[in-house]
Write a protein that binds this ligand. Structure first.
Ligand code: SF4
Ligand code: SF4
Length: 391
């Protein structure tokens, strides 16, 4: 069996011409866009539109603003459609606002591509081979696409350590359905990783192009710090792309639940030798002092310490009462309803029912939810009440 290819190209800035060249360079070893897109094909471009933040905050990919994907898809005669399902409760109006704030509306206008609202039409798909659920609710637009191009950004993530090409596909689950999956599978990083892998298997065929020009380190995926990396990466294999991207920022793939589970399931590389890496030598571009997510134990620690620590020292979310402006977003997105909130009182977290999904930390617009170490892992009540439906 041949190794999957991950192709890298340097793009030190978001200059539009350079970005287009970088994308073309990364596609060349993969056979170019024409290897995936033929005239008349419907191509769903799935970015990572997490929240209505401007492009310079490194929360979402900026390369789409440079239009290279739409240009390349249209050059091949494909019909590009952009779609996503950002975190938290959304309406069509708030989704339109998000497209405007992130700069995506301008791209849509200039290129004349379509856009879809993932909350609009949904479908239930059977997944008999899945390890977590037998059925998944996903956006209808993902089923109508001939090709899905994922545009992940290289960022840290509190729950999954790292968010990349595999995790990006979770956005194909429409709005509030995400909360239900988080409730059932989000309290155990390995189970959640299995859920992400099950979903990613359903959502093919694909191509992923990662924006690692400026990534995010520390408190990702929303409140971390921008970090210059200067690369664009592309691959047909989401797991191989994530493996190389994690290695690029000196994170040990064995400590990233999606990559560890992918290797165990035979759906991803178990070592770098199982990937064909094209472009500049990895050791020449590696960012060795990248700051991991606060819940990731330091990658330099021996693996047995990390494994032990990961079980004994789970982080817990804490709300800073002074900064909280009582918007209620955290309470609305909390899958088990563990956040007590009213307009007159400061939000508080019922830690006995908190499943440590960290959605509140991810979606609080004021960066008011912090993660602290917790030395007692509380019993996960929701797990008992809602056992996973296993195949
Ligand atoms: S989302 Fe943040 S600001 Fe809003 S109520 Fe929750 S903690 Fe407070
Ligand atoms: S309090 Fe936060 S981390 Fe805990 S379950 Fe609710 S959203 Fe998830």
């Amino acid at each position: 069996m041949s190794c999957p290819t991950v192709s890298m190209a340097r793009s030190p800035t978001y200059d539009e011409d350079r970005a287009l060249e970088a994308v073309k360079e990364t596609f060349a070893p993969l056979g170019g866009m024409k290897a995936y897109v033929r005239p008349g094909m419907r191509v769903l471009v799935k970015p990572n539109l997490l929240s209505p933040r401007p492009p310079d905050q490194a929360v979402q990919p900026i390369l789409p603003s440079s239009r290279p994907w739409f240009t390349l898809v249209q050059e091949c005669g494909g019909r590009a459609v952009i779609g996503d399902s950002p975190g938290g409760r959304q309406t069509e109006a708030s989704y339109r606002r998000l497209l405007r704030t992130t700069g995506m509306a301008g791209v849509i206008e200039e290129t004349g591509c379509e856009w879809v609202y993932f909350y609009g039409e949904t479908a239930t798909v059977r997944a008999p081979e899945a390890r977590t659920f037998r059925r998944f609710t996903i956006a209808q637009a993902t089923l109508e696409a001939d090709v899905i191009i994922g545009l992940p950004k290289l960022k840290t993530h509190a729950l999954t350590s790292y968010t990349g090409a595999v995790k990006l596909m979770y956005g194909c689950v429409p709005g509030v359905s995400k909360a239900a999956y988080h409730l059932h599978a989000g309290q155990n990083p390995e189970t959640f990783a299995d859920l992400l892998l099950d979903l990613h298997t359903l959502l093919r065929p694909t191509l992923s192009v990662m924006d690692a020009v400026i990534g995010m380190e520390g408190k990702g995926p929303q409140h971390g710090d921008p970090r210059e990396i200067g690369l664009v990466l592309a691959s047909e294999s989401r797991t191989a792309l994530d493996y190389v991207a994690a290695t690029l920022v000196a994170l040990d793939p064995a400590t990233i639940p999606t990559l560890a589970r992918a290797a165990a399931r035979g759906e991803g590389p178990a070592c770098l030798e199982e990937v064909e890496v094209g472009g500049p030598p990895l050791e020449a571009v590696q960012v060795r002092d990248f700051i991991p997510a606060p819940t990731s134990l330091h990658p330099a620690l021996p693996s047995f310490v990390r494994e032990l620590g990961g079980n004994l020292v789970p982080a817990r979310p804490v709300i800073d009462g002074e900064q909280c402006r009582r918007c209620g977003i955290c309470a609305e997105c909390c899958p088990p309803g563990a956040i007590m909130w009213s307009k007159d009182t400061i939000s508080a977290i019922d830690t006995a029912h908190c499943t440590r999904c960290f959605c509140c930390q991810e979606l609080c617009p004021e960066e008011t939810v912090d993660l602290r170490e917790s030395y007692s892992k509380r019993p996960m009540m929701m797990n008992k009440r809602f056992p996973l439906e296993r195949p």
